[in-house]
Design a protein around this ligand. Structure first.
Ligand SMILES: Nc1ncnc2c1ncn2[C@@H]1O[C@H](COP(=O)(O)OP(=O)(O)O)[C@@H](O)[C@H]1O
Ligand SMILES: [Mg+2]
Length: 247
């Protein structure tokens, strides 16, 4: 569903993302893990076509993100690092706007707004101005916008940042429930988040891919003989420590 080949992005003399090659199958929930500055946000902006690459290609659902941007973007829901909310709009207006951008037929908009608002539990605040919402609700509206139009692929940049523990659990449950129907790639610098939500993990360090595997695969490779459970996330800390250079 997502095929990345030789993806590189330079900013002046700095290489933020270097020669990434990987592919993600339909319905997977994949975590993009790495310390701050590893290149996660840059990678996701490249994958969604918001940033042109210095080299390499990205295909989503078979469409080249840079050569067929309209076709590709129609299949992608994107939660950027900072959700794009307009202060003068209510949540309902914001979601309608997202539906317009996605090119949804007018007749489907009302129903679609209700659907994504229900999924993200913002149905109680549809007529509030986004400017007056708490950080947690703003983040949920951002996720709701990404879900508009039921895209094949969801790209979520740090989806639980700024949420309280209860909201984090709700968003995790939501993301887990989206797998299968959607292909999800989410970035995080939080190991537990990725361990609890994702079936596979991509580890970035200084712009390079240093690991891509299932959690079990990472354990087998880096901690051979160790038995781990979903609730024991210490193993991921250890693996992470082996793969990334300390900040
Ligand atoms: N627009 C930009 N101009 C210059 N440097 C950038 C820009 N965006 C990101 N970078 C640099 O690229 C590197 C990776 O950043 P980023 O992708 O935001 O990492 P992460 O999301 O993993 O924290 C950092 O060193 C950052 O300073
Ligand atoms: Mg980032």
């Amino acid at each position: 569903m997502i095929e990345v080949s030789g993806l590189t992005r330079r900013f002046r003399e700095r290489t933020a993302v270097q020669d990434l090659t990987f592919s993600i199958g339909r319905g997977a929930v994949v975590g993009l893990l790495g310390p701050n500055g590893a290149g996660k946000t840059t990678t996701l902006r490249l994958l969604t076509g918001f940033l042109p690459p210095s080299a390499g290609t990205v295909r989503v659902a078979g469409f080249d993100v840079f050569e067929q941007p309209m076709e590709a973007r129609r299949r992608i829901g994107y939660l950027p690092e900072i959700p794009p909310l307009y202060d003068g709009m209510t949540v309902r207006e914001q979601l309608r706007f997202a539906a317009d951008l996605k090119g949804l037929p007018r007749a489907r908009v009302r129903e679609e707004v209700e659907r994504v608002a229900g999924l993200t539990s913002v149905d109680g605040v549809l007529d509030r101005l986004t400017a007056n919402l708490s950080k947690g609700f703003r983040q949920r509206v951002g996720i709701a916008q990404a879900l508009v139009g039921d895209p094949d692929v969801l790209i979520l940049d740090e989806p639980t940042v700024g949420l309280d523990p209860i909201q984090i659990r709700e968003v995790r449950d939501l993301i887990r429930s989206l797998g299968g129907r959607h292909t999800v790639l989410l970035s995080s610098h939080l190991l537990p988040e990725v361990a609890m939500t994702c079936s596979q993990v991509i580890v970035l360090n200084e712009g390079r891919l240093v690991g891509f595997d299932t959690l079990d695969g990472l354990v087998a490779r880096h901690l051979p003989g160790r038995r781990v459970t979903v609730h024991d996330i210490a193993f991921l800390e250890e693996i992470f420590g082996k793969l990334v250079t300390p900040a």
